[in-house]
Design a protein around this ligand. Structure first.
Ligand code: ZN
Length: 630
């Protein structure tokens, strides 16, 4: 079966022992029917869960106690009958039941324990398998066994690098000359081990079917993935700023591969049976997927006795009928990007957390300024961009330095994203800033923060660096907590020559933490000068709204989302859609003969002004896609 993941569902299904009525109220037919009714085209279902139970008759593992039918095989057959593609889920990184019988497969911590010191009642990562043990071949055999059920793909979850000090790993490290006392080297050894395991799984699966390995870092392992599945449950640990920072990167990291945004329906995240989030919140995740050209995938839990939740799939059906109605315009559409945010290539050090606060702050600021942006690393092409942003802590390699010198567009850099000479030839005396506070003169005010970058001098300075009276310290009598700005001493905070500018502070990390408008004003001032005419412009929409412009096969696709998360303790929460009154104006570069809203193709008022198409928006509840035709 040849399938795409246009409208997907990921069923997270991990069943504890002692559920004595497993499957009492549902079967594979019910599951397949409910997914078909919800217009789902692809589903990830359970072959073997992280508890370690298989849901089919296995020769290798442990079938869930008491079940006698082949849930996996029957479900695949029923789903295929209805034209729905199926990926079979195996948790490759956690298998507690197997580890209960094979202690020799378990990773050993640096201090010699089998279990990590975490709350074992709530954290499933307390005991993990070692891929340098016999577990590696066991997993390969398990994958082969599941492939015999003929799903369309294999999903291997939780393949997360973690140090191990078992005798196998110690022996292999010794062979490679790795000192086990060197934590970074011991971790990198496990990253390299996983790379080898991924390539072996790839060789087993890919010739026959789709493979996706969930590692928390597609950045490192993307070459082995059949598609890119960006896992981001915004109400859980990811937050609402992760997806806009990562989505434009993956489309460049893996060009041509299907892109899937895996969100979650649960009010918080995985494993939470307390209830689903409101329709508006789930709809916003689907809108985000559409705005960045991703297929939506709704992550769900399934009750082991009752099966899929009927009200949820009624909502999924409503959303997916809408997504389907938009497909004539969204399919084949491509991102339009006038600017790019640079990203450091992932290393073994940050493989588990490659997206920084600076990456998120930069993406957020660009979203607020309506800039259509890509996220690229130094290996990707810079062609076609009018502006490059190097936020806060981009490593300036010789390769990047040379590419920047050849780049004709504007370059804005901040923090330690700087080097001697090259595109920074207007800056001298570059040194790490060791102050605890730094300030800058801007207009008739002095502003500051604590995200230090470099000290620098420049005859092209447009903002003085203002020194603090002192750094925070303790002198035996006082803790010097109150640190006001004092005066400049010859350093520059912002220097600008031609279409290049550098800000000495790590402004994007600061913006991500404080949301201070004066930090954005520095960047906005520079961008307004370097890139005065942008693809999309408006000053009549709230900055919290989001707009993307994509090139479609039938015209340009302008998508506007006005619903926003409300800040709630440490989470973003969307309980209802925001309504934007009619009459707000937005303009798009170029002269378009007509504008209509989708999918109903209702004409929307527009006119031409100075080479731009000005659109007077109707009332928007949550989200509005528009088609612009020449
Ligand atoms: Zn080991």
């Amino acid at each position: 079966m040849k399938t795409t993941m246009k409208r997907a569902v990921h069923i997270d299904f991990h069943t504890m022992p002692k559920i004595d009525d497993f499957g009492a109220n549902y079967g594979p037919v019910d599951l397949a029917e409910m997914l078909a009714d919800a217009h789902v085209t692809y589903v990830n279902i359970f072959a073997r869960c992280n508890i370690g139970y298989s849901y089919y008759p296995t020769k290798l593992g442990t079938v869930y106690p008491g079940i006698t039918r082949d849930y996996l095989g029957e479900a695949i057959a029923e789903l295929h009958k209805r034209g729905i593609g199926v990926t079979a889920y195996i948790n490759g990184g956690i298998n507690h039941e197997l580890m209960n019988h094979h202690q020799e497969f378990i990773k050993i911590t640096k201090d010699g324990r089998l279990y990590d010191d975490v709350d074992k009642a709530t954290n499933h990562y307390f005991r993990m398998p070692c891929f340098n043990s016999g577990y590696r071949e066991y997993l390969f055999d398990e994958i082969r066994e599941v492939m015999e059920k003929e799903p369309d793909g294999i999903f291997v979850d939780c393949m997360i690098p973690k140090p191990c000090y078992c005798s196998n790993c110690l022996r292999k490290m010794a062979e490679k000359g790795i000192d086990p006392n060197d934590d970074a080297a011991a971790f990198k050894f496990q990253v390299d081990t996983l790379y080898e395991v991924f390539s072996q799984i790839h060789a087993i699966v890919t010739p026959k079917m789709r493979l996706y390995i969930n590692s928390k870092s597609n950045d490192w392992f993307s070459e082995f993935e059949g598609h890119i599945e960006l896992e981001c449950l915004p109400t859980y640990s990811w937050g609402y700023d992760f997806f806009p920072a990562q989505a434009p990167y993956y489309r460049n990291l893996a060009p041509g591969k299907e892109l899937v945004y895996m969100t979650g329906a649960m009010v918080t995240g995985w494993g939470d049976f307390s209830g689903y989030k409101p329709d508006a919140a789930l709809e916003c995740d689907v809108y985000d997927a559409m705005m960045y050209g991703y297929a939506p995938s709704v992550g769900d839990l399934m009750h082991p006795r009752d099966g899929l939740n009927r009200p949820l799939y009624k909502q999924v059906g409503k959303m997916y009928r809408y997504v389907e109605s938009m497909e004539p315009w969204t399919e084949g559409s491509e991102a339009l990007a006038e600017a790019a945010i640079l990203r450091n290539k992932v290393t073994s050090e940050n493989v588990l957390n490659p997206v920084t606060a600076s990456d998120k702050g930069a993406a957020r600021m660009f979203c607020e300024m309506r800039i259509n942006y890509d996220v690229v690393d130094e290996d990707m092409s810079f062609d076609g961009y009018k502006l490059l942003l190097l936020p806060d802590n981009i490593r300036i390699t010789e390769k990047l330095k040379a590419k920047l010198e050849a780049f004709q567009g504007a370059i804005i850099s901040t923090g330690t994203s700087i080097a001697d000479g090259g595109v920074w030839d207007y800056i001298t005396d570059i040194a790490p800033d060791t102050n605890t506070h730094g300030f800058f003169a801007w207009g008739d005010q002095v502003y500051g923060q604590k995200y230090m970058g470099v000290k620098m001098k420049s005859e092209y300075s447009v903002s003085d660096y203002v020194e603090p009276y002192f750094n925070t310290h303790w002198d035996g009598f006082h803790g010097y907590f109150y640190v006001p700005p004092k005066s400049p001493k010859g350093c520059s905070a912002v220097a600008k020559k031609g279409n290049r500018a550098h800000v000495c502070f790590r402004l994007f990390a600061a913006y991500m933490e404080y949301g201070a408008l004066f930090h954005k004003e520095v960047i906005e001032t520079l961008i307004n000068e370097f890139l005065p005419e942008r693809l999309v412009m408006t000053n009549e929409l709230p900055t919290s709204s989001r707009v993307t412009l994509r090139k479609g096969t039938k015209g340009e696709l302008l998508q506007i989302k006005v619903s926003v998360p409300e800040h709630w303790a440490n989470r973003g929460v969307i309980n209802e859609h925001t309504v934007l009154p009619a009459g707000r104006k937005i303009s798009v570069m170029g002269e378009y003969a007509s504008v209509c809203s989708l999918p109903d193709e209702t004409p929307v008022k527009s006119w031409i002004e100075n080479g731009r198409t000005v659109i007077e928006l109707p009332e928007i509840t949550g989200f509005l896609p528009l088609l612009l035709k020449k």
